[in-house]
Design a protein around this ligand. Structure first.
Ligand SMILES: Nc1ncnc2c1ncn2[C@@H]1O[C@H](COP(=O)(O)OP(=O)(O)O)[C@@H](O)[C@H]1O
Ligand SMILES: [Mg+2]
Length: 454
């Protein structure tokens, strides 16, 4: 048997059995304690829990079944294995129903005993691991926020962890593509409001004339043609999180209304007279210097203070280059799932290429560049040559043949993808013969995507 780590308590009124079992278990690497009756067992468990209790069924005083019930009542995740003579197999079955993990027949066969204990411990470890994974999944940490090894991002991660469970308003700052959206979602998921709505308002995308009704709603008849009332985004986020993206884009007039809604915890729908409750946890994001906007009189100072309770600044990617390889790996795995490809670790030349860039578009740009290379590639290995950083090539690479070839490759790839890689159909769509398509795909190194590993 391989080394198993675990803490076992052996309970039996027969000394010879206690000694034999204890010796075998210790030899297998387990930590063993022994007790001669149920009372002593309970005392020992009070001192320190055990992973497994191996107990005789028939003992003078409190029997194994009663001990089993006491142990399960402690709900410390201790597994119970019963030992019994053939005569009382019926009782053993009853014990299984009462929650015992397994039972062993006496006289004991040591190999069988070890195998069963090992299995029980392996199962316990599995349950623990599952529990941990579920918790991680719930927090979302594993799903879509990559932290990396840079000092700045560790600080960001720590700030998220600290502020998420509070209801404090958070202001996220950072250039476009640095991960403000991702962080806003992580904050919501790690908060007590996680089961409540998370509502995003992109203030940069809503026309000024519509902002008020979008945010606060409107009543029937508020506009010509408004035949029904409309719930606003504030109200939709009630008791949840409201994410105000691009908050620097608001006009002074809308800023005043927003401030009033935040401070009162209620909103007045357009055309309405009765305010509606809307208590939300606010997260705001901006990629502009709000301080400068305040100084220029374009952003209300009181609103600025109201939003800037807890600030998290997301550093541009070029200031944390050490995170690039890990981030690329993380994004590749994520994209593999959506593109149904099977790309592995980035080859060194590809990594180097990524490290050399300045990434003005930050993580979003990195993700786009990877996605493009993954669409162009063979489904298994990302080629450094396919990692074309946007803007590259425009700066002096006028080689016509290379440009035409690049276009041809992408165009053919699109055609093939659109017909599920049926070469016959793709050829007919492209208006060329199947042989010609065959030759071109070989020349251009276009292969059907690898089947994702199942
Ligand atoms: N730390 C990160 N871990 C994983 N993905 C990230 C991270 N930062 C950004 N991304 C990805 O980059 C893209 C842009 O991020 P986003 O949060 O929308 O940026 P912003 O809101 O700051 O413009 C998203 O697709 C997101 O998944
Ligand atoms: Mg964003």
């Amino acid at each position: 048997m391989s080394e198993t780590r675990g803490d076992v308590l052996v309970v039996d009124d027969e000394r010879a059995i206690r000694d034999e079992v204890a010796e075998a278990l210790s030899a297998a690497g387990l930590t063993v304690r022994t007790a001669r009756n149920a009372d002593q067992a309970v005392t020992l468990l009070a001192e320190r829990r055990a992973d497994v209790v191996l107990t005789d069924l028939r003992m003078p005083g409190v029997d194994g079944l009663a001990l089993l019930k006491q142990i399960l009542a402690r709900s410390e995740g201790t597994a119970v294995l019963l030992m019994t003579a053939y005569a009382s197999v019926k009782t053993a079955v009853q014990a299984l129903k009462a929650g015992a993990s397994d039972y062993l027949l006496k006289p004991l066969v040591i190999d069988e005993l070890l195998a069963k204990i090992e299995r029980v411990i392996a199962f316990q470890n599995l349950m623990l691991e599952n529990k941990r994974l579920r918790a991680e999944l719930r927090s979302g940490a594993r799903q879509d926020f990559y932290v990396g090894s840079s000092r700045v991002m560790s600080d960001v991660a720590r700030a998220i962890e600290k502020v998420a469970p509070t209801r404090a308003t958070v202001l996220l700052r950072g250039e476009s593509g640095t991960g403000k959206d991702v962080v806003a979602r992580a904050l919501h998921r790690q908060s007590e409001l996680a089961q409540r709505p998370f509502v995003v308002v992109d203030l940069g995308a809503i026309p000024e004339a519509l902002i008020e009704s979008q945010l606060f709603g409107s009543v029937k008849g508020a506009f010509t043609g408004a035949t029904a009332g409309r719930k606003g985004l504030f109200e939709a986020a009630h008791e949840g999180t409201l994410f105000l993206d691009e908050v620097g884009n608001l006009s002074l007039e809308s800023q005043a209304k927003l401030l009033r809604a935040i401070e009162s915890g209620e909103v007045l729908p357009v055309g309405g007279t009765r305010p509606v409750k809307a208590a939300v946890r606010l997260i705001a994001a901006t990629n502009v210097e709000l301080e400068a906007a305040v100084a220029a009189g374009e952003f209300r100072q009181d609103l600025y203070y109201r939003l800037n309770v807890f600030e998290i600044a997301l550093p541009p990617l070029r200031e944390r280059r050490e995170d690039i390889p890990g981030l690329a790996q993380f994004l590749t795995a994520k994209l593999n799932a959506s593109l149904r490809t099977n790309y592995g670790d980035l080859p060194p030349d590809a990594s180097l290429r990524l490290l050399e860039s300045d990434w003005p578009g930050n993580v979003r740009q990195l993700q786009n560049v990877l996605e493009r290379a993954m669409i162009l590639g063979d489904g298994l290995t990302i080629s450094g040559a396919d990692l074309r950083l946007s803007g590259e090539g425009g700066s002096g690479d006028f080689d016509l043949r290379r440009a035409v070839r690049g276009f041809e490759r992408e165009h053919i790839h699109r055609a093939l993808t659109s017909v599920g890689w049926s070469r016959k159909e793709a050829a007919s769509r492209l208006g060329i013969s199947t042989t010609s398509l065959w030759r071109r795909t070989t020349e251009l190194g276009l292969d059907p995507p690898a089947q994702p590993a199942s």
